[in-house]
Design a protein around this ligand. Structure first.
Ligand code: MF3
Ligand code: CO
Ligand code: CO
Length: 284
């Protein structure tokens, strides 16, 4: 009833909390739109824990940014030690058998590169470091690119345009807009710059699990896909290639994906919360 506690767990009366939200959703549903179910809407308690996970995740990526340089290996000790000593769990470690605490993807590697003490960073490399932290069963997921030493103009431009794709993707997020708006905006910007967009991997709901609905494609059509509603938390993580979008997966480790043509790939990822007014970036 209207005076009962809201389903979101806020403790507020339904009529003062999500009644209007439900009314909006029900109208959209009658119009045939794909709408998020209540389990995709984070409670204040969920958001509090996701923010704690994000705080560690942001700090660990800052730390990586301070330390990363030519001559260093990609071993994951820095991420593991910082995360665990600050009360977090590295979500990648053991996730579906992934062997390390973070993904490190260099040059023609698109994503899911496996850290190793045998892989040494060299002058001119571009690398994506993708980190996810768990605190109190809540997840925050983000990745950044780093340029090692003197990087070619071509590589620098790919890294910058990919960052712009993420920013443009975030700007396309509107409460009561559509998930398809995000991919449409990203795709336009990438193609305008002569790049391709990877379609085999996408962003995702995140927070109560590593990967939840909705799946956030980085190509798309405006006004299609799931309705974006306040309370949703998801990632945007475009993978942008210099050449073909086609890829192959490492036969030996079963994880690392590479560009089919050997050209460069870049990626940036944020975790965002949709609010009534717009978005709040939680992990970056
Ligand atoms: N962090 C990646 C993402 O953005 C997922 C990595 S899964 C792993 O969704 F197992 F490779 F770590
Ligand atoms: Co990630
Ligand atoms: Co992600």
């Amino acid at each position: 009833g209207k005076n009962s506690p809201c389903w979101c767990g806020s403790g507020k009366k339904y009529k003062h909390c999500h009644e209007e939200w439900d009314n909006t959703i029900n109208v959209l549903k009658l119009q045939g739109k794909i709408v998020p179910s209540h389990n995709l809407i984070k409670s204040e308690e969920d958001i509090k824990w996701i923010k704690k996970a994000a705080k560690i995740n942001n700090a660990v990526l800052d730390l990586v940014g301070e330390k990363i340089c030519a001559g260093m290996t990609t071993e994951d000790k820095l991420v593991y030690d910082y995360t665990t000593s600050h009360g977090g769990i590295p979500a990648c470690l053991g996730y579906e058998g992934f062997p390390k605490s973070v993904c490190t993807s260099i040059n023609n590697e698109i994503c899911h590169g496996i850290p190793s003490e045998k892989v040494v960073l060299k002058d001119g490399d571009i690398i994506n470091v993708d980190c996810t932290t768990i605190v109190h069963k809540h997840f925050a997921d983000a990745s950044r690119m780093f340029c090692i030493g003197h990087v070619s103009e071509e590589a620098k431009r790919l890294v910058e345009v990919t960052k712009e794709c993420l920013e443009i993707g975030k700007e396309a997020v509107r409460p009561w807009g559509y998930i398809g708006d995000i991919g449409a905006a990203i795709q336009e910007h990438a193609h305008k710059n002569g790049y391709s967009v990877v379609v085999d991997f996408c962003g995702h709901g995140v927070g109560n699990a590593f990967h939840e609905d909705p799946y956030v494609h980085h190509v798309g059509i405006r006004n299609t896909g799931m309705v974006i509603a306040p309370g949703m938390v998801f990632t945007i993580e475009p993978m942008i290639n210099q050449g073909t979008r086609d890829l192959y997966i490492d036969k030996d480790n079963g994880w690392t994906s590479y560009t089919k043509d050997g050209k460069l790939s870049a990626q940036w990822e944020n975790t965002i919360l949709v609010t009534e007014k717009g978005i709040e970036v939680l992990a970056w």
